[in-house]
Design a binder for this molecule. Sequence first.
Ligand SMILES: [Zn+2]
Length: 74
Amino acid sequence: MEKFNLDGINRGSPVSQCPTCDRVFSTVANFDKHSKDGRCIYPEDVGLSLNEKGIWRKKMTAEQEMRIRHHWQK
Ligand SMILES: [Zn+2]
């Protein structure tokens, strides 16, 4: 079972932790994606990727990552 350190998570952000597998998702929509018929699917199999804070989020291309970084620098 994977365990994540939750200290780095901003408590005000809308993250969802799965009570079954303890994985943390960036949005409820991403949480829903990994849950099918009451069972947990490995998030990578539904197009999610684990970020450096231990949160599963939508997998992005390198180009999308760059665009977001550029956006936040403004
Ligand atoms: Zn789960």
